[in-house]
Design a protein around this ligand. Structure first.
Ligand SMILES: C[S@@+](CC[C@H](N)C(=O)[O-])C[C@H]1O[C@@H](n2cnc3c(N)ncnc32)[C@H](O)[C@@H]1O
Length: 345
């Protein structure tokens, strides 16, 4: 292969882009915080019009949009900027909006943690406690309530992407009670209750999260008579008697906590109860760049990980559960069906 001295080799170009890739995260965060995707309607808009709608500096806004356009977030036409599928996903009013997922992935605390990645890789330990002296979720709720609210909304937006598929794929025929452990604001639980009219549901999560649960589950909501909201710490105890225990995207902290949480479910459950675990597996993911990056962020903030299939199965068995089946829910989530053996630990 001949190389033209005037062209930048792909490897050089990609590596330089990678070195500045925090600018990409900063740019989508800035667009979301400015309300830029919401300000652009269905007709093309000039940078000047958008700047005046947002109260922004037109020159600086044009530079931000020029960069975002490089990543297919907005497109420039002869008559102004228009939306792309990605910029539409940043709109607050999009039912499948990812706005809060973008904000959560770029919260200020993430920028403090990333420079400690080499230390965490050397030690194998998380970085958050060393920096802040407390554990991630306690600090999030005690010190950064705004960030906690962004996190809860991000989890709900994330669950909206998969709740229908989960409700379709989970066979809950004949099941009378299901507890969603660390179920966030309860979007998945509400979807399961809507799909299964004979089901009673329990949402367990930290007090501030449960207090802001999905309105369908709260007093006065259409599902309230079949829903119970329990504020609690699933690492201390799971004070719920249910036929099915669901853990979705929570067993991603350190392995000891994963075993503790599953063990607490096994202790609360009757023999034969089902324990359903839904996770993005790092070896079954069509979006490896996202999952492997999240895996590293979990290392930094909670000493956790995105699991391989075998790694997660081994932890479930170590917690004393019997693994019955592993199967995909959709293109990026897997369901691990487990059960509490007759002799629970
Ligand atoms: C990654 S989110 C997943 C939420 C939800 N299961 C979903 O998939 O959308 C993790 C959840 O665990 C909750 N959580 C963290 N520590 C907890 C604990 N010790 N006990 C109960 N819930 C906890 C958080 O508040 C948060 O809602």
């Amino acid at each position: 292969m001949t190389s033209d001295q005037n062209t930048i080799p792909q490897a050089v170009m990609r590596l330089r882009e990678l070195a500045l890739s925090s600018a990409c995260a900063a740019a989508v965060r800035a667009a979301a915080r400015l309300g830029l995707p919401d300000a652009l309607g269905d007709q093309p808009s000039t940078v000047e019009d958008l700047a005046s709608a947002l109260g922004a500096d037109a020159d600086a806004l044009g530079r931000l949009m020029r960069m975002l356009e490089c990543y297919y977030v907005f497109e420039k036409t002869d008559t102004g900027y228009v939306h792309t599928p990605m910029s539409r996903l940043l709109r607050e009013d999009n039912p499948r909006s990812l706005k809060y997922i973008v904000l959560w992935g770029t919260e200020p605390w993430t920028w403090e943690l990333w420079p400690h990645l080499d230390e965490s890789v050397r030690s194998g330990d998380e970085a958050f406690q060393k920096l802040h002296g407390t554990d991630f979720f306690a600090h999030l709720h005690d010190e950064w309530p705004d960030s906690a609210a962004v996190f809860d909304k991000a989890m709900t937006q994330s669950s909206k992407l998969s709740a229908a598929a989960i409700a379709d794929r989970l066979d809950l025929t004949g099941v009378r009670s299901l507890a969603d452990i660390a179920g966030g604001q309860g979007h998945v639980l509400a979807t399961l209750l809507e799909k299964n009219p004979g089901l009673q549901g329990v949402l367990v999560d930290l007090p501030a999260v449960v207090a802001d649960a999905d309105p369908r589950l709260r007093a006065g909501g259409p599902l309230a008579s079949r829903a119970q909201l329990v504020a609690g710490d699933c690492l201390a105890e799971i004070p719920v008697d249910a036929e099915v225990y669901l853990f979705k995207n929570i067993l991603e902290w350190d392995d000891a906590s994963t075993i503790t949480a599953l063990g607490n479910a096994a202790r609360a459950a009757r023999a034969g109860s089902r324990v359903l675990i839904i996770e993005n597996l790092v070896d079954g993911s069509p979006e490896l760049k996202f999952t492997t990056a999240m895996d590293l962020l979990l290392l930094l903030n909670v000493g956790g990980r995105k699991h391989t299939r075998d790694g997660l199965v081994a932890l479930i068995e170590e917690a004393g559960l019997h693994v019955d089946d592993v199967r995909p829910i959709n293109s990026y989530l897997h369901l691990i069906e487990a059960s509490v053996p007759q002799e629970s630990p």
